[in-house]
Design a protein around this ligand. Structure first.
Ligand SMILES: *[C@@H]1O[C@H](CO)[C@@H](O)[C@H](O)[C@H]1NC(C)=O
Ligand SMILES: *[C@@H]1O[C@H](CO)[C@@H](O)[C@H](O)[C@H]1NC(C)=O
Length: 436
């Protein structure tokens, strides 16, 4: 006589087989139709299918099809680690990435983090430019092999170097390239310059939940009327950016080197507008005849043909240089931040550029987080990393049969010898949040 549990299990397996055989799993609601809570079903089914497959084999095929059914109710977690200005110091960068779990003792990607984010200013004030940029590309490839992602940003110092503003370049660092000409080549059309053009952006929008799409999915979404409105016109009414039927619309973070100023003209669509301007400016800089660097030569300035929007991108109010989030009083910053978060489709913004040597700065309850702690020996500040753990856990249905979830986000500052929780937030969310 079969036990009730075994009978239930067999019924489930037969149900799944039938569902997959006739493509029923492509019909929404099939999990529900099977009459068992989907999360519970998945909890039984996933290990079982792994057990059914022999050692070293992939789980039996039905899992892949079943996953489409269960994705909607499976618990989800995401771990993000972010690090600020590194300024030419490989040793301290390795220490930070190691104690934050991004890399192991050999500097290889561990897979502990789903995303590693660096907010720019790897170059200048130190000698390890080549080693640091090469290491970042190595990590990018290793991360991709485990489904992880490295998100790299240009800082004002990367752009300064592309311009020919070499005021903070150490002569000993030029020696690591061989010559001024070799350095100019490497940073323009050479290995490092190509990495900047291909794999670095000025800013990014990183969803906490994959329902929002991959990193840098634009906000407002392309099918939303606000997407086509002039940012300045749309900015007046923040409430227009929120929709009670889309409770995850702002479950995302922004990363940028300096800051996203509330009065900067090209915030939206975010981050696409800024990144397109930055790519265009970088292309201009890298493909002009490289001007003799300043000093001793005069400041070369931006190339002929630079558009007004590109020039504004690089000015003091633009994303590479802005410091208002660090320097404004609390009242002003905490009022202004709401508008920028609303318009960029994010819940907090994370940036480097303005150092506090004692540690990571959180303002307005973690809506503004500044992670430049002077990691490089040029400053001798705190070695730090920001860590974000996001979990999205199903807790059954509401009265109308809609899935209920607990969304939880824990943001911590990590140091060599301690960790501090900056934000710990939890809320209930109702809805059907599918993702591929
Ligand atoms: C890890 O790092 C060591 C030393 O750099 C290297 O020899 C090894 O190949 C790396 N492992 C992987 C998987 O890349
Ligand atoms: C950019 O990153 C990819 C991996 O995502 C890597 O294969 C490629 O070589 C990188 N590009 C450059 C120019 O380094």
């Amino acid at each position: 006589m079969l036990s009730p549990r075994l009978t239930a299990l067999l019924a489930i397996l037969i149900g799944l087989y039938v569902a997959s055989r006739y493509d029923l799993h492509k019909t929404p609601g099939v999990a529900e139709a099977l009459g068992v809570p989907a999360a519970a079903l998945w909890a039984i089914y996933a290990p079982l299918s792994h057990a059914l497959a022999g050692p070293g084999q992939a789980p039996v095929v039905i899992v892949d099809q079943a996953q489409e059914v269960f994705t909607a109710r499976a618990p989800f977690t995401r771990h993000i680690v972010a690090v600020g200005d590194l300024h030419g110091d490989l040793g301290n960068a390795q220490t930070v990435l190691q104690f934050s779990g991004v890399v192991d003792a050999f500097g290889n990607w561990t897979g502990d983090a789903d995303f590693f984010v660096q907010t720019g200013d790897i170059v200048d004030r130190g000698d390890d430019t080549i080693k640091l940029f090469d290491w970042m590309e190595q990590l990018r490839v290793q991360a991709a092999a485990t489904g992880g992602v490295v998100l790299s940003h240009l800082g004002n110092h990367e752009v300064m170097n592309a311009i020919g503003d070499w005021r903070y370049v150490y002569p000993s660092e030029i020696d690591t390239f061989g010559s001024v000409a070799a350095r100019q080549k490497m940073l323009s059309t050479g290995r490092i310059g190509r990495a900047w053009a291909q794999n670095y952006t000025a800013t990014s929008r990183l969803p906490l939940h994959p329902h929002l799409g991959p990193p840098n999915t634009p906000f407002p979404p392309e099918d939303h009327p606000l997407h086509f409105e002039k940012d300045a016109d749309a900015a007046a009414d923040e409430s227009r950016y929120y929709d009670a039927r889309a409770p995850l619309s702002h479950a995302a973070l922004s990363f940028v080197h300096g800051g996203l100023s509330p009065t900067y003209s090209n915030l939206a669509p975010f981050p696409t507008k800024i990144n397109a301007l930055s790519a265009a400016l970088l292309r201009r800089l890298q493909h002009r005849a490289q001007p003799p660097p300043h000093p001793p030569h005069p400041y070369p300035g931006l190339p002929h043909g630079t558009t007004r929007d590109e020039a504004e991108l690089y000015d003091a109010n633009g994303p590479f240089w802005y410091r208002g989030w660090a320097t404004d009083g609390a009242d002003k910053a905490c009022a202004d931040v709401e508008s920028v978060l609303a318009r960029t489709g994010t819940r907090r913004m994370i940036m480097g550029h303005t150092p506090d040597f004692t540690g990571i700065v959180s303002r307005c309850n973690g809506k503004i987080i500044i992670i430049d702690t002077g990691i490089s020996h040029a400053y001798g500040g705190a070695l730090s990393a920001l860590s974000i753990h996001y979990t999205f856990t199903p807790i059954g249905d509401d009265a109308a049969g809609e899935p209920r979830w607990i969304e939880r986000e824990v943001v911590s500052a990590l140091y060599v010898d301690r960790q501090e929780i900056i934000v710990e937030e939890e809320r209930e969310v109702v809805g059907d949040f599918r993702f591929a």
